[in-house]
Design a protein around this ligand. Sequence first.
Ligand code: SAM
Length: 222
Amino acid sequence: MTLGDNVDVVAPKKWMDGWDKIYSQLLQKTDDELARVDVGHRVQQLEHALAITETNTIGLKVLELGSGEGNVACYLAKLGCKIVAVDALASAIAVAQRKTKILGLFEQIEFRLDDMDGWPIPANNYDIVIAIQSLQYLFDRTIPRLREAMDAVQPGGFFVYSGNILPHFETDPPIRFISEEEIRREFKDWTLHAFGTEEILRKPDDLRGYVWLIARKPMIHK
Ligand SMILES: C[S@@+](CC[C@H](N)C(=O)[O-])C[C@H]1O[C@@H](n2cnc3c(N)ncnc32)[C@H](O)[C@@H]1O
Protein backbone atom coordinates (compact mmCIF):
# COMPACT_ATOMS: atom_id res chain seq x y z
CA MET A 1 0.00 0.00 0.00
CA THR A 2 1.30 3.45 -0.86
CA LEU A 3 1.01 5.90 1.99
CA GLY A 4 0.35 9.59 1.46
CA ASP A 5 2.49 12.30 3.02
CA ASN A 6 2.21 12.96 6.73
CA VAL A 7 0.81 16.31 7.75
CA ASP A 8 3.15 18.72 9.56
CA VAL A 9 2.00 19.28 13.13
CA VAL A 10 3.34 20.97 16.25
CA ALA A 11 4.21 17.68 18.01
CA PRO A 12 7.95 16.96 17.64
CA LYS A 13 8.98 14.74 14.74
CA LYS A 14 10.47 12.10 17.06
CA TRP A 15 7.09 11.66 18.82
CA MET A 16 5.26 11.39 15.51
CA ASP A 17 7.93 8.93 14.28
CA GLY A 18 7.28 6.81 17.39
CA TRP A 19 3.57 6.49 16.61
CA ASP A 20 4.32 6.06 12.92
CA LYS A 21 6.48 3.03 13.76
CA ILE A 22 3.64 1.44 15.74
CA TYR A 23 1.06 2.01 12.97
CA SER A 24 3.51 0.85 10.28
CA GLN A 25 4.00 -2.40 12.22
CA LEU A 26 0.22 -2.83 12.44
CA LEU A 27 0.07 -2.53 8.65
CA GLN A 28 2.09 -5.77 8.46
CA LYS A 29 -0.62 -7.71 10.32
CA THR A 30 -3.11 -10.05 8.72
CA ASP A 31 -6.73 -9.13 8.08
CA ASP A 32 -7.82 -11.46 10.91
CA GLU A 33 -5.50 -9.71 13.34
CA LEU A 34 -6.65 -6.26 12.23
CA ALA A 35 -10.31 -7.21 12.52
CA ARG A 36 -9.96 -7.09 16.32
CA VAL A 37 -11.33 -3.82 17.63
CA ASP A 38 -10.21 -3.29 21.22
CA VAL A 39 -11.45 -0.18 22.97
CA GLY A 40 -10.73 0.82 26.54
CA HIS A 41 -13.07 1.64 29.39
CA ARG A 42 -13.55 5.24 28.24
CA VAL A 43 -15.48 4.11 25.19
CA GLN A 44 -17.35 1.45 27.17
CA GLN A 45 -18.38 4.21 29.58
CA LEU A 46 -19.57 6.31 26.64
CA GLU A 47 -21.67 3.36 25.47
CA HIS A 48 -23.13 3.06 28.97
CA ALA A 49 -23.92 6.81 29.04
CA LEU A 50 -25.64 6.51 25.65
CA ALA A 51 -27.66 3.55 26.93
CA ILE A 52 -28.84 5.13 30.19
CA THR A 53 -29.81 8.35 28.40
CA GLU A 54 -31.73 6.21 25.91
CA THR A 55 -29.79 7.74 23.03
CA ASN A 56 -30.40 5.97 19.74
CA THR A 57 -26.92 5.41 18.30
CA ILE A 58 -28.06 4.94 14.71
CA GLY A 59 -26.87 7.88 12.63
CA LEU A 60 -25.20 9.79 15.48
CA LYS A 61 -22.62 12.24 14.10
CA VAL A 62 -19.19 11.77 15.67
CA LEU A 63 -15.92 13.72 15.34
CA GLU A 64 -12.74 12.06 16.57
CA LEU A 65 -9.51 14.08 16.92
CA GLY A 66 -6.26 12.09 16.78
CA SER A 67 -7.94 8.83 15.83
CA GLY A 68 -4.79 6.67 15.60
CA GLU A 69 -5.39 3.12 14.39
CA GLY A 70 -9.15 3.68 14.20
CA ASN A 71 -10.45 1.31 16.87
CA VAL A 72 -12.81 3.83 18.48
CA ALA A 73 -14.19 4.91 15.10
CA CYS A 74 -14.79 1.30 14.05
CA TYR A 75 -16.42 0.44 17.38
CA LEU A 76 -18.82 3.39 17.12
CA ALA A 77 -19.52 2.65 13.45
CA LYS A 78 -20.60 -0.85 14.52
CA LEU A 79 -23.15 0.86 16.80
CA GLY A 80 -24.48 2.73 13.75
CA CYS A 81 -22.71 6.08 14.20
CA LYS A 82 -21.31 8.16 11.31
CA ILE A 83 -17.78 9.26 12.06
CA VAL A 84 -15.27 11.80 10.82
CA ALA A 85 -11.88 10.73 12.22
CA VAL A 86 -8.78 12.90 11.88
CA ASP A 87 -5.12 11.98 12.27
CA ALA A 88 -1.95 13.55 10.89
CA LEU A 89 -0.12 10.29 10.18
CA ALA A 90 -0.61 8.55 6.86
CA SER A 91 0.20 5.18 8.50
CA ALA A 92 -2.56 5.70 11.10
CA ILE A 93 -5.09 6.53 8.40
CA ALA A 94 -3.93 3.55 6.33
CA VAL A 95 -4.38 1.07 9.23
CA ALA A 96 -7.73 2.60 10.13
CA GLN A 97 -8.95 2.42 6.53
CA ARG A 98 -7.83 -1.19 6.23
CA LYS A 99 -9.71 -2.10 9.44
CA THR A 100 -12.77 -0.29 8.13
CA LYS A 101 -12.65 -2.21 4.87
CA ILE A 102 -12.15 -5.58 6.59
CA LEU A 103 -15.09 -4.87 8.89
CA GLY A 104 -17.34 -3.55 6.10
CA LEU A 105 -17.75 -0.15 7.76
CA PHE A 106 -16.43 1.95 4.90
CA GLU A 107 -19.62 3.91 4.31
CA GLN A 108 -19.85 5.06 7.91
CA ILE A 109 -16.38 6.46 8.52
CA GLU A 110 -14.50 9.23 6.79
CA PHE A 111 -10.84 9.12 7.80
CA ARG A 112 -9.15 12.47 7.21
CA LEU A 113 -5.38 12.85 6.97
CA ASP A 114 -5.19 16.27 8.58
CA ASP A 115 -4.05 18.36 11.50
CA MET A 116 -6.63 18.19 14.29
CA ASP A 117 -6.14 21.93 14.74
CA GLY A 118 -6.14 24.92 12.41
CA TRP A 119 -9.60 24.66 10.85
CA PRO A 120 -12.99 25.79 12.12
CA ILE A 121 -15.20 23.10 13.65
CA PRO A 122 -18.84 24.03 13.10
CA ALA A 123 -20.57 24.79 16.39
CA ASN A 124 -23.37 22.49 17.67
CA ASN A 125 -22.68 20.09 14.82
CA TYR A 126 -21.80 16.73 16.40
CA ASP A 127 -23.60 14.34 18.74
CA ILE A 128 -20.28 13.11 20.08
CA VAL A 129 -16.76 14.56 20.01
CA ILE A 130 -13.88 12.31 21.04
CA ALA A 131 -10.36 13.37 21.98
CA ILE A 132 -8.50 10.46 23.55
CA GLN A 133 -4.80 11.05 24.27
CA SER A 134 -4.51 13.66 21.55
CA LEU A 135 -5.30 17.29 22.46
CA GLN A 136 -2.35 17.49 24.86
CA TYR A 137 0.01 17.41 21.87
CA LEU A 138 -1.23 20.84 20.74
CA PHE A 139 0.66 22.58 23.59
CA ASP A 140 -0.49 26.24 23.80
CA ARG A 141 -3.45 25.37 21.55
CA THR A 142 -4.63 22.50 23.81
CA ILE A 143 -7.17 24.49 25.84
CA PRO A 144 -8.37 26.73 22.98
CA ARG A 145 -8.90 23.67 20.75
CA LEU A 146 -10.60 21.80 23.60
CA ARG A 147 -13.06 24.70 23.88
CA GLU A 148 -13.65 24.77 20.12
CA ALA A 149 -14.26 21.01 20.18
CA MET A 150 -16.68 21.43 23.12
CA ASP A 151 -18.56 24.10 21.15
CA ALA A 152 -18.92 21.60 18.31
CA VAL A 153 -21.08 19.31 20.49
CA GLN A 154 -24.83 19.74 20.09
CA PRO A 155 -26.94 20.40 23.20
CA GLY A 156 -27.55 16.96 24.75
CA GLY A 157 -24.49 15.52 23.00
CA PHE A 158 -21.39 13.95 24.55
CA PHE A 159 -17.68 14.69 24.88
CA VAL A 160 -15.11 11.99 25.59
CA TYR A 161 -11.77 13.31 26.86
CA SER A 162 -8.68 11.47 28.00
CA GLY A 163 -5.22 12.87 28.63
CA ASN A 164 -2.15 12.49 30.77
CA ILE A 165 -1.49 14.07 34.15
CA LEU A 166 1.33 13.64 36.62
CA PRO A 167 3.06 11.35 37.35
CA HIS A 168 4.67 11.33 33.92
CA PHE A 169 8.27 11.34 32.70
CA GLU A 170 9.59 14.73 31.61
CA THR A 171 9.32 15.55 27.94
CA ASP A 172 10.83 18.25 25.75
CA PRO A 173 8.70 20.19 25.00
CA PRO A 174 6.48 19.51 28.01
CA ILE A 175 3.16 17.85 27.18
CA ARG A 176 0.27 20.22 27.94
CA PHE A 177 -1.34 18.21 30.72
CA ILE A 178 -4.90 19.31 31.43
CA SER A 179 -5.10 18.79 35.17
CA GLU A 180 -8.02 17.15 36.96
CA GLU A 181 -9.10 20.57 38.30
CA GLU A 182 -8.86 22.24 34.88
CA ILE A 183 -10.89 19.61 33.11
CA ARG A 184 -13.58 19.74 35.80
CA ARG A 185 -13.66 23.54 35.43
CA GLU A 186 -13.98 23.40 31.64
CA PHE A 187 -16.95 21.03 31.90
CA LYS A 188 -18.55 22.54 35.01
CA ASP A 189 -21.93 23.14 33.32
CA TRP A 190 -22.03 19.66 31.78
CA THR A 191 -23.36 16.43 33.30
CA LEU A 192 -20.50 14.10 34.14
CA HIS A 193 -21.34 10.49 33.27
CA ALA A 194 -17.86 9.27 34.08
CA PHE A 195 -14.82 10.95 35.54
CA GLY A 196 -11.69 9.25 36.70
CA THR A 197 -7.98 9.27 37.22
CA GLU A 198 -5.59 6.36 37.24
CA GLU A 199 -1.89 5.57 37.31
CA ILE A 200 -0.52 2.87 35.04
CA LEU A 201 2.97 1.39 35.18
CA ARG A 202 3.75 1.16 31.47
CA LYS A 203 7.16 -0.38 32.13
CA PRO A 204 9.62 -0.27 35.05
CA ASP A 205 10.26 3.40 35.97
CA ASP A 206 7.49 4.62 33.67
CA LEU A 207 4.47 5.37 35.84
CA ARG A 208 1.90 7.52 34.01
CA GLY A 209 -1.14 9.40 35.25
CA TYR A 210 -4.37 9.70 33.27
CA VAL A 211 -7.57 11.71 33.63
CA TRP A 212 -10.70 11.13 31.59
CA LEU A 213 -14.32 12.11 31.43
CA ILE A 214 -17.52 11.38 29.61
CA ALA A 215 -19.66 14.52 29.78
CA ARG A 216 -23.03 15.52 28.38
CA LYS A 217 -23.72 19.07 27.23
CA PRO A 218 -26.77 20.70 28.78
CA MET A 219 -29.84 20.75 26.56
CA ILE A 220 -29.87 24.55 26.76
CA HIS A 221 -26.25 25.64 26.84
CA LYS A 222 -25.47 28.82 28.78
C1 SAM B 1 -1.21 8.77 21.82
S1 SAM B 1 -1.84 8.59 20.17
C2 SAM B 1 -3.56 8.33 20.52
C3 SAM B 1 -4.29 7.71 19.40
C4 SAM B 1 -5.73 7.26 19.71
N1 SAM B 1 -6.58 8.38 20.08
C5 SAM B 1 -5.70 6.22 20.80
O1 SAM B 1 -6.12 6.51 21.92
O2 SAM B 1 -5.24 5.10 20.52
C6 SAM B 1 -1.81 10.27 19.59
C7 SAM B 1 -2.32 10.42 18.16
O3 SAM B 1 -2.47 11.80 17.86
C8 SAM B 1 -1.99 12.04 16.55
N2 SAM B 1 -1.62 13.44 16.48
C9 SAM B 1 -0.72 14.13 17.22
N3 SAM B 1 -0.75 15.43 16.89
C10 SAM B 1 -1.72 15.57 15.94
C11 SAM B 1 -2.25 16.68 15.22
N4 SAM B 1 -1.84 17.93 15.45
N5 SAM B 1 -3.24 16.46 14.35
C12 SAM B 1 -3.71 15.21 14.12
N6 SAM B 1 -3.25 14.12 14.75
C13 SAM B 1 -2.26 14.30 15.66
C14 SAM B 1 -0.84 11.07 16.37
O4 SAM B 1 -0.59 10.80 15.00
C15 SAM B 1 -1.38 9.84 17.11
O5 SAM B 1 -2.11 8.99 16.26
